[in-house]
Design a protein around this ligand. Sequence first.
Ligand code: LLP
Length: 384
Amino acid sequence: MDFRNYQDQLANIQTPCYVYDLNLLNKTLDACKKAADQFGFHVHYALKANVQPTILKAIQSKGFGADCVSGNEVRTAISAGFDQSKVVFAGVGKTDKEINMALAADIFCFNVESLQEIEVINELAKAQNKIAKIALRLNPNVNANTHHYITTGLAENKFGINFWELETVIDLIKNSLNIELIGLHFHVGSQINDLQVFKNLCAKVNEFIAWFDTRQLPLKVLNLGGGLGIDYHHPKENNLVNFQAYFELFHQFVQQKEGQEIHFELGRSLVASSGALLSRVVYIKEGIQTNFAILDAGMTDLLRPALYQAFHKIENLSKQQESISKKYDVVGPICESSDCFGKAVELPITTRGDLMVIYSTGAYGEVMSSNYNLRENANVLFLQ
Ligand code: LLP
């Protein structure tokens, strides 16, 4: 996202403001679709990353499916135009109300995460006189080498069914007349830039395929989750993910059987680079050890740095010609010391009123905002 092309639209912007670059979004979606289509792969967009209606519309119109983790996400996806036959519903704690809603909507598949959940879905499907299609979320015990809060595929994580439970699960499914097992689901974590992690996942997936094969249990669908990372450090130079390399790896290493479909659930890699958070400097405070640039955006608008110590590149858009620089802790106004977007950030001499940009906030930015301290939601602007 390069703001030099949008000076006019930014002149009077009310901050804090999430801005979305629809051209870059469409370019990203096209690149993903093109790479996936080559191998006949199906991609579901993980709504949890961003639910702006304009963004959902763009994604849906390109033919992506939807990956949802709550009843409201299922409802939102369907009303945004996603075909219900392309909606998957995941999550460790689906409530009866959410399951009933998804059953009534005839979604493609429930990604189930426990023995008990299978029993409940079977019961609720029976009451609605439906057959629920399910994929078993298996815990492959693969280390995603990412922040421990967004690692999901280790034995110690709460997600998925463990290998040692599989025989019991299969017996249960055989006796559950309102359940149809259509496949397997895996997701090992998020913001993964090392493709070796996905290669390790493929090896585990192949072991599971073989396990089901020897028991003559057909698997129509392999859902390999999401997790592909982006380059937070070079948001302008490197704003398009290498989808080709990602899908090619799965094509090369998964021992896909005849007639078996491969699905993915991508969130971050589809939307992160197309969003940025704009904010103005409210005050500059000169400290003894450091200087503070205090912004009108805070952790209520963008939680990632406070929650995961996540890096987002920050620039001063008002002082792009300035040659002398200084180090600032770029912080928000919230009464928490974790309300900090970046420590010792090298910036041109920055003054009150300057327009600052925090890049790569299109995924897990706006959706994770809160009204703590009774703060208002950030504004939203779409750049065309
Ligand atoms: N599928 C499942 C089952 C997931 O749990 C997730 C993300 C995805 C797909 C999409 O993953 P992605 O392609 O976006 O990496 N709030 C955190 C990220 C949490 C991700 C949770 N699960 C962050 O700001 O980094």
